[in-house]
Design a protein around this ligand. Structure first.
Ligand SMILES: [Zn+2]
Length: 391
C-alpha cells in the first residue's frame, strides 16, 4: 500500500540531468473484466516499453535508462492476467526503483521519461482520498479497517461476549427482565468502548473519515454514543452483518459511499471556490491566478477538469511558474524553460505541500473559468490584518 510519505518522496524526486539521468514512470492499466480473455493488456504494455527502448536508443540516452527499460519490459511481460493496475517509478542512475499495485483506474498503459516522475495518473486516482476508517459492528463485536486505494486492511477488533441472552431465561418474571437489562447495559458499554477507540484513533491521526457498517437496528443506538468530533467525520453508513460480511462486500459498500462523497465534495468545493473568486474572496480561477496563489502559499485545494493541460514556463533558477510564455523570469531574470503541460509542475507541488487536488469530470462553472481554480486559505493581497480561517 502506498503511503503519503512515499508519494511525497516521488513528487520530490529530481533526476540529475547533467549526468544524463532520467526518471521513468510506467503505468499499467489492465483490460476491463469483460475483455480479460483477450489478454491484449500485456501485449500493449510490452509494445509501449519496446517503443520507449527504441526512441531511447535513437536519442543516444545512456545505459542506465536502458537497464530500467529492460527491467520494466521484463515486468510487463509478466503482467498478463494481472487484474490490478501497476505503477513503476525508476531511475537506476540514482538507485531508485519502486513498484506499486494500484486500483485498475489509471486511464491507460503509459510510459514517461522525464526529469521528474509523472504523477498525473496517480494524482487523479488519489484525488482527495482521505485516510478512511471502516468500522463493522453489532452489539458485541466491532472490527476496524483501513480502506485506501481499494485495499482493505483490518487492524483490530473489540469483542464483548454478552451474558446469556434474556431469551434463554424465558420471558416471565423478574429474572428475564433483569437479564434483558444486563444485556442492554453490556451492549451500551460495548458501543461506548468502540466509540472511545474511534475517538482515540482520530486524535492520533490514524484516520480522517469514517464509514460504519452495521444492522439498521443497531445504528441509532451506536450513533448516539459517537463523539461529536467523530460524527463530523462520518461519510456514511451501510447495512451489513458483521459476523457474516465478506471483505469484498465491505470494500464494495464502503468504496461506493466514498466515491459518492468525493464527487459531491469536489462539486461543492469547486462551486465555493468559484463563488469566492467572483467576490474576490478565498478563491481564484484561471491558470494565471492559480499560479500566483500557489507561489504565495495561499492555496488549500486545486480543482482541475479531468483532461486539463496547458503550456507554461518555469524558471529553473528560482522555480517561478508563469502562464505567459515569456523568455526570461519576471522574478529573477534567468532564462525560463517551456513546460508542455503545467500539471507536471503543479501536481508535485500540491503533493508536497498537502494541497488537495480535485479532478472533476464535468463542471460547467469550472469549464467557463478556464478549467482550473483554487480554494485559498487566505488572500495575501487583502491586507485587512485578518486571515480567514480555512475550513
Ligand atoms: Zn526566476
Amino acid at each position: 500500500m502506498m503511503t503519503r510519505d512515499e508519494i511525497r518522496e516521488l513528487a520530490a524526486f529530481q533526476a540529475d540531468e547533467t549526468k544524463g539521468a532520467c526518471a521513468l514512470s510506467f503505468y499499467f492499466q489492465p483490460d476491463p473484466p469483460q475483455d480479460r480473455s483477450h489478454r491484449r493488456e500485456a501485449i500493449v504494455a510490452k509494445d509501449i516499453v519496446k517503443q520507449a527502448l527504441k526512441s531511447a536508443a535513437a536519442s543516444g540516452k545512456n545505459g542506465s535508462l536502458h537497464a530500467d527499460l529492460d527491467r520494466v519490459l521484463d515486468l510487463a511481460t509478466n503482467l498478463r492476467g494481472n487484474a490490478r493496475g501497476k505503477a513503476v517509478f525508476a531511475c537506476s542512475a540514482q538507485n531508485f526503483w519502486k513498484e506499486y499495485e494500484l486500483p485498475p483506474h489509471l486511464g491507460g498503459t503509459q510510459i514517461y521519461l522525464q526529469p521528474q516522475f509523472q504523477l498525473k495518473p496517480l494524482a487523479a486516482l488519489l484525488g482527495a482520498q482521505p485516510a478512511l476508517c471502516v468500522v463493522m459492528l453489532d452489539r458485541q463485536r466491532a472490527r476496524f479497517f483501513d480502506l485506501r486505494l481499494d485495499v482493505l486492511l483490518e487492524h483490530g477488533a473489540i469483542v464483548h461476549m454478552l451474558s446469556r441472552s434474556a431469551s434463554s431465561y424465558g420471558y416471565n418474571g423478574y429474572e428475564a427482565g433483569h437479564a434483558e437489562r444486563r444485556v442492554s447495559e453490556e451492549a451500551l458499554q460495548h458501543f461506548k468502548a468502540v466509540s472511545e477507540r474511534l475517538r482515540a484513533d482520530l486524535e492520533r491521526g490514524a484516520w480522517e473519515r469514517l464509514i460504519v457498517g452495521c444492522h439498521d437496528v443497531n445504528w441509532p443506538e451506536f450513533e448516539s454514543h459517537l463523539h461529536p468530533y467523530v460524527k463530523q467525520r462520518l461519510i456514511g453508513r451501510f447495512s451489513a452483518d458483521v459476523a457474516s460480511v465478506s471483505n469484498e462486500e465491505i470494500r464494495d459498500h464502503a468504496g461506493a459511499l466514498l466515491n459518492q462523497w468525493i464527487t459531491e465534495r469536489a462539486s461543492t468545493k469547486v462551486s465555493e471556490a468559484l463563488e469566492f473568486a467572483k467576490a474576490n474572496g478565498r478563491g481564484v480561477a484561471g491558470l494565471r491566478r492559480v499560479l500566483q496563489a500557489l507561489e504565495g502559499g495561499e492555496v488549500q485545494a486545486i480543482f482541475l477538469t479531468e483532461n486539463y493541460s496547458a503550456r507554461a514556463v518555469e524558471c529553473p533558477h528560482c522555480g517561478h511558474l508563469d502562464a505567459h510564455l515569456i523568455a526570461s523570469c519576471v522574478a529573477c531574470g534567468h532564462r525560463t524553460r517551456e513546460l508542455a503541460d503545467i500539471c507536471d509542475a503543479i501536481i508535485p507541488i500540491a503533493i508536497q505541500r498537502n494541497i488537495e487536488l480535485f479532478y472533476l469530470k464535468e463542471h460547467d462553472g469550472l469549464d467557463r473559468a478556464g478549467n482550473i481554480a483554487a480554494l485559498l486559505r487566505f488572500r495575501s493581497d487583502q491586507t485587512t490584518g485578518q486571515v480567514a480561517a480555512a475550513s
